[in-house]
Structures are given as C-alpha cells and as structure tokens.
Design a protein around this ligand. Structure first.
Ligand code: GDD
Length: 359
C-alpha cells in the first residue's frame, strides 16, 4: 500500500526538502498551500505533476491553518498516514509586529489539525509531526536538550509553546501518535531571504557581483546552532517512524555567532573582514581594499533577543540513528555559491537586483 503524507507549509524550505524525500521513498505526497496574489511555489515547481497524469503522487490543496473547516475537509479527502505540520508564521521579528496572527496560525493552527484528526476518527491511522523549535528555549542556558525548561522570548516562541504542549496533551490524553521535533536553526539555499543566513549570503553574492554596496545587520553577537535543512527533514521522517511518539531535539551540537557567519560568507569569495568600533557603531571593513562592507542598523534588533542556542542531539543520535551530515563551513559555502549563481540569473532576467531582505 502506498503511504500518504500531508505536509502543511509545503511551499517553504523544509516542505520542499521533505516532499522530495517522501516522494523518493515512494509516498503519495499532499501539500497544503495558501492562496497568494503572487506565485509562491518556486521551491516545489520541479515536483509538480499534472493531476491528469496516471499515477501522479504529488498533489497540492489550497488551505490555511487559520481555517478549521478547510483543514477538516483536506484531512478527510487525503486520509493521511502521516501529517507534518510545518506551516507557520515563522519569522521571529515579524511575530512582534503580528502577534495575534502568529498565535492564530502557529498556536491554534496546530490545535485545529489535531482536532481534525479526532473529529475524523483518524487517531489510530494518522501520525502527527509538530514543527517545534529551539526558540522555545529562549533564555535557557546552553546546551539545551529535551529536559531543558522552556523560556520563550517572542510572540512566535509563545505561540509555538502552546503548539508543543497541545501536541503532547493530545498524545497523552487521546493516544495519538503525536511527536514534537525541537529543531535548531536549519538553513539552505532555499532559506527565506529575510532570515539572517540567507540575507548574508545574498548580500555577499550581490556585493561580489557589484550590485550592492554593503550589508546592514542587527545583533552580530547571537549564537546559533546552524545545520542544513536537508539533514533535518530526514530527522522529521525518522521521528514518525519510531515505535513510540516522543519529543526530539535535532541539532548539530555546535554554535557560531552571526558575526562568524558574516566572516565565513565573505571568506567564501576570498574577502577578509576586519571589525572596527563597538555596538551600533561597529563596522566590517574589507582588509584588502579598505572598503566598508558591513554596518549595523538598529532596525534589525528585536525587542527581546535569544542569545545562545546550542542543541544537544544525543537522544536523536542514540534512538533514531540521526546525525547531521553537513558542517557549518560546508553550509555557508553552499549558500554563497548558490546565491552567486541565482543573483546572476536574476540580474540577467530583470536587469536589477530584487531585494526582500527588510527584516
Ligand atoms: N533576520 C535577521 N536576523 C538578524 C539580523 N541581524 C542579526 N540577526 C540575528 O540573527 C539571529 C538569527 O535570526 P533568524 O535567522 O531570523 O532566525 P531565528 O530568529 O533564530 O529563528 C529561526 O530559527 C528558529 C529555530 O531556532 C525557527 O523556529 C524560526 O522559525 C526561524 O527559522 C537572531 O539572533 C537575530 O537577532 C538581520 O538583519 N536579520
């Protein structure tokens, strides 16, 4: 029997990698996508199959985590063996501007999906994966593992805390196979352009190609545990194949500062950055040419910051046999090289640089 998966957030970075993985494993993959005035399917266009094609295993459904009746109907139609809830308003800084929407989509959206499973009496058929996050740890001291108490520091993290707990409550109360993957930051060339890694690699590529002068940054001191998204979707799948539902940290076990990410990204194109000044006066200068390349813009600071995320993935390693395979250095390099190619292509097509990195 072909297994069926429903992925919410299929148009995002993780949704695209997970869809590829599940298709390669022989699954029938259904994805939920929001209607938008502009095309938002670039990351999955290569997977699209005309639904009239015999044996098509990739299907998209319109939907939204804020729309309960829609979710119930889609779950009823698909009758999934596995649901991966990856949809969210996932930008931490944006959540300070849109806290109510973030709570609705990220918190209540998770509840709506769990309720859909119950209403349709799929408790014994459908396994549920919740995209929980290292942002839950917030101010908790590193390293963080499954037993570390959560101290969320944003509307996004507070909404995800509700989602984490309601997933556990439905597991314990109703016997659902409902699991939380507590994923630390994971990036790739498909990362959204307003997250810090992609913002940096796009800027480095654009500067290198002479299309941009400099990069404006927020807090350079944050430490993050950055891995490659392709490794992490493999972990999500393993979490749902385990013999019991549980909560799992996926991380590399290595933390680097935002400053270090900037340095490595410029190093990938042969530039060395030297830092001058402190705080908002800090500047990144190209050692060879003396050119000012990085400046601080306080607009990118958040009302609350998460200073240090460093995951301890030993449980996932021991019990799921999961481990990251891409190093920090390889990740940065892959992203810079991909952006050099992509920006060259965009520039040829539009004659100008398209810049979305406003957050
Ligand atoms: N986005 C952004 N972040 C900046 C900038 N300058 C400094 N930073 C710092 O870079 C760090 C990482 O920011 P993001 O890349 O936006 O990611 P995040 O806040 O860590 O959240 C991401 O990872 C979580 C997992 O821990 C995810 O849950 C979340 O959805 C998101 O993907 C933060 O400390 C942020 O303050 C900037 O110009 N833009």
């Amino acid at each position: 029997m072909t297994r069926r998966a429903l992925i919410t957030g299929i148009t995002g970075q993780d949704g695209a990698y997970l869809a590829e993985l599940l298709l390669a494993k022989g699954y029938e993959v259904h994805g939920l996508k929001r209607r938008a005035s502009q095309f938002n399917t670039q990351r999955i266009d290569h997977l699209y199959v005309d639904p009239h094609t015999a044996g098509a295993r990739f299907h998209l459904h319109y939907g939204d985590l804020t729309d309960a009746t829609n979710l119930i109907r889609v779950v009823q139609e698909v009758q999934p063996d596995e649901i991966y809830n990856l949809a969210a308003q996932s930008h931490v800084k944006v959540s300070f501007d849109t806290p109510e929407y973030t709570a609705n989509a990220d918190g209540l959206g998770t509840l709506r999906l769990l309720e859909a499973i119950r209403i349709l009496k799929l408790e014994h058929r459908t396994r549920f994966y919740q995209a929980s996050t290292s942002e839950l740890y917030g101010k908790a001291s590193p390293p963080q593992n499954e037993a570390t108490p959560f101290l969320p520091q944003s509307p996004y993290a507070a909404a995800k805390l509700y989602a984490y707990w309601i997933t556990r409550n439905y597991r314990d109360g109703y016997g659902l196979f409902a699991a939380n993957g507590i994923l630390f930051n994971h990036e790739s060339p498909r990362r959204g352009e307003t997250f810090v890694t992609r913002k940096i690699t796009r800027a480095v590529a654009a500067i290198e190609l002479g299309l941009q002068d400099r990069l404006y940054m927020g807090n350079l001191d944050s430490l993050r545990d950055w891995g490659h998204a392709r490794d992490y979707v493999e972990g999500m799948w393993r979490i749902l194949q385990h013999d019991r539902p549980d909560d799992w940290v996926l991380a590399t076990g290595e933390a680097h500062s935002v400053r270090e990410f900037v340095e490595r990204a410029f190093a990938a194109v042969g530039r060395e950055i030297v830092w001058k000044g402190r705080g908002v006066e800090e500047k990144g200068i190209d050692r060879r040419t003396g050119k000012l390349l990085v400046e601080i813009d306080p607009r990118y600071f958040r009302p609350l910051e998460v200073d240090h995320l460093l995951g301890d993935p030993s449980k996932a390693q021991r019990e799921l046999g999961w481990k990251h395979t891409t190093s920090f250095e390889e990740l940065v390099r892959e992203m810079v090289l991909a952006d050099l190619e992509q920006i060259q292509r965009e520039h040829l097509a539009h004659g100008q640089l398209v810049n979305h990195a406003a957050e």
